[in-house]
Design a binder for this molecule. Structure first.
Ligand code: GLV
Ligand code: MN
Length: 223
């Protein structure tokens, strides 16, 4: 019988593979200490996250965040405000593997198609009525109209949106299994990147005239 301590044994190889597979299913890695309040000003940011503040300087305030308490200003082209509660605004989240946003939508407002490369998202409706949806890598749309108290889950990395289909404003809380989910807002990434994606590329990709691309770019203050 092959020895379990033999690193080349089939058992060991299968076990290593299973552990690797399991590990790749995790979101952020588990912490190795009670807490690690981020020192966002530290010069030596070389770990997978942020350097910890010395625990002797940590206070209750480091675990408190009021940034989602106030309604955001939705006076913009999307009728949207996203208040972010990630590790950059709430350093106490560092290494804890989670974060949340407050999403305010004016009547008819939209949180345009976007994706979070590092997180699964849970949408919870506090006020109003929204259409929430995501598209899979097979280009299948899953969507649902959500009312107060209802939730919808957006699998990690998939393109998704929320659209206010109610009569008044809408308020959502979105939770993430990452301290820093990251976001790519599709229209902004494509039409307002820096430097700009060449008009020819976008015209060909969307099968439209370059003038249409220029028009869209101008809506985002880009050229
Ligand atoms: C909603 O989709 C959000 O990213 O907060
Ligand atoms: Mn999102």
């Amino acid at each position: 019988m092959a020895s379990l301590s033999n690193a080349r044994s089939p058992f060991f190889l299968i076990l290593s593979f299973a552990v690797l597979l399991l590990h790749s299913c995790y979101a952020d890695p588990d912490p190795l200490q009670d807490f690690c309040v981020a020192d966002l000003k530290a010069q030596n940011i070389s770990v997978n996250g942020f350097t910890c503040k010395p625990s002797s300087t940590v206070t209750s305030d480091d675990f408190f965040f009021a940034g989602l308490a106030k309604e955001g200003d939705t006076g913009n082209i999307f009728g949207l405000n996203v208040s972010s509660g990630d590790v950059l605004s709430f350093p106490g989240l560092n290494t804890l593997g989670l974060s949340m946003n407050r999403v305010d939508l004016a009547p008819g407002g939209i949180n345009p198609p976007h994706s979070h490369p590092r997180a699964t998202e849970l949408v919870f409706v506090i006020e109003g009525r929204v259409l929430a949806g995501f598209v899979t890598t097979s280009n299948v749309l899953f969507s649902k109209v959500l009312n107060v108290g209802e939730s919808f889950v957006i699998p990690k990395g998939l393109i998704h949106f929320q659209f206010n289909v109610g009569v008044g404003k809408a308020l959502l809380i979105t939770a993430f299994d990452s301290q820093l989910p990251g976001v790519e807002i599709i229209p902004v990434a494509l039409f307002a990147s820096s430097p700009s994606i060449p008009n020819q590329v976008l015209a060909k990709a969307f099968q439209v005239d370059e003038q249409i691309v220029k028009d869209i770019k101008s809506k985002f203050g880009s050229s």
